[in-house]
Design a protein around this ligand. Structure first.
Ligand code: GDP
Length: 290
C-alpha cells in the first residue's frame, strides 16, 4: 500500500470499494469530495485542490486498473501519483561544500532551521557553519549562537555590527574552513521593501548555491505571496516546512512549491537541533490526507 494513516472518512469511502474491480461515477465523486475536504482543511490552495481533483476524477474514471488490481488500490495509486506529481521528490541537497541562504518571515523558524541543517550536515561528515546576519530581531544572535553550540557546529555573528551584508561577507571569510555555510537572514512580520532589499544584497554578497524558503506549517493561504516575492527577488530552490510537530498539516508548502516551481527539502519537527528530517513525499501526503 502506498499510503497509510489516511483520514477516517477517506478511508471509509475507499473501504466501500473493497471487492469491487470497477469504479462507477458515484464512487469516484465521493472519493474526490473526501480528498477535497482533507486538502482544504490542510490549507492547500483552493485552485490547486480543484486542479488536483479534476485530474484524479478524470483518471479514475478513464484508466483501467491493471489486471489483479482492485478498484480501491487503483484509485489510491492515482491519488498518490497526482499528489507526488505536484509535490515532487525532495529538493536535491548534495553532500558537498556549498552555501545555503535561508529566507522567510520572522518567526517562521529560520534561525532554528539554520542550526538544525548545520547539525544535519555534520552528521553526514561535512563541517558546517552558521552565519547569522539577522541584525533586526533582538536575541537572534544569542539564540543562533546557543543553538550552534548545542549542535556543535561553527557559528559566526557580530552583535556590534549593524550591516547584515558586511556580517555575511565577514562570516564567509571567518568560516572559510567549513564545507557548508548556512546563512541565516532577518525576517520581518510582513514582506516589506526593506526586507527584500536586504536579502537581495546578502544574496549578491554570498552568492549561494541554493536558497531555501522557510515556512511555518501553519502558514496556510498566505504562502503564495511570500513564495512569489522571495522567488522574484532571490530565486527559491526549495522549501523547508517547520513546526510539523504541531497540529498544522503544512498544506501551504504545496502552494509555495507550486508557485516557485521548486520542491521541499527539509521538515522541522521540534525545537531542538536534532528535530530535522529530509522531506519524504509518502509521509507528507499521508499527513495531508489524514
Ligand atoms: P526566525 O524568526 O524565522 O528565525 O524563527 P526562529 O527560529 O526563532 O523560530 C521561532 C519559534 O519557533 C522559536 O520559538 C522556535 O523554537 C520555534 N520553532 C522553530 N522550528 C520549530 C519546529 O520545527 N517545531 C517547533 N515546535 N517549534 C519550532
Amino acid at each position: 500500500m502506498v499510503l497509510d494513516n489516511l483520514g477516517s472518512s477517506l478511508r471509509g469511502s475507499l473501504d466501500k470499494l473493497q471487492g469491487k474491480s470497477r469504479l462507477d461515477e458515484e464512487d469516484v465523486e465521493e472519493i474526490v469530495r473526501e480528498i477535497q475536504r482533507s486538502l482544504l482543511s490542510a490549507d492547500v490552495d483552493v485552485n490547486l485542490v480543484m486542479d488536483l481533483s479534476s485530474s484524479i476524477e478524470e483518471r479514475a474514471l478513464n484508466e483501467e486498473p491493471p489486471g489483479g488490481t482492485s478498484a480501491r488500490d487503483h484509485v489510491l495509486k492515482i491519488v498518490y501519483e497526482e499528489l507526488v506529481g505536484l509535490i515532487g521528490e525532495s529538493t536535491e541537497i548534495p553532500l558537498e561544500p556549498q552555501t545555503i541562504l535561508l529566507a522567510g518571515l520572522q518567526g517562521s523558524g529560520k534561525t532554528t532551521t539554520a542550526a538544525k541543517m548545520a547539525w544535519w550536515f555534520s552528521t553526514k561528515g561535512l563541517r558546517a557553519a552558521v552565519i547569522q546576519t539577522d541584525t533586526f530581531r533582538p536575541g537572534a544572535y544569542d539564540q543562533a549562537k546557543q543553538m550552534c553550540e548545542r549542535a556543535e557546529v561553527e557559528f559566526y555573528g557580530d552583535p556590534e555590527e549593524e550591516d547584515p551584508v558586511k556580517i555575511a561577507r565577514d562570516g564567509l571569510e571567518a568560516t572559510e574552513d567549513a564545507d557548508v555555510h548556512i546563512v541565516d537572514t532577518a525576517g520581518r512580520h510582513a514582506l516589506e521593501d526593506a526586507l527584500i532589499d536586504e536579502i537581495e544584497q546578502i544574496e549578491g554578497a554570498v552568492n549561494p548555491d541554493r536558497s531555501l524558503l522557510v515556512l511555518d506549517a501553519a502558514i496556510g493561504q498566505g504562502a503564495k505571496d511570500q513564495a512569489r516575492q522571495f522567488d522574484d527577488s532571490i530565486g527559491i530552490d526549495g522549501v523547508v516546512i517547520t513546526k510539523l510537530d504541531g497540529t498544522a498539516k503544512g498544506g501551504g508548502a504545496l502552494t509555495a512549491v507550486n508557485e516557485t516551481d521548486s520542491s521541499i527539502g527539509f521538515l522541522g519537527t521540534g525545537e531542538t537541533v536534532q528535530d530535522i528530517e529530509r522531506f519524504e513525499p509518502n509521509g507528507f501526503i499521508s499527513r495531508l490526507l489524514g
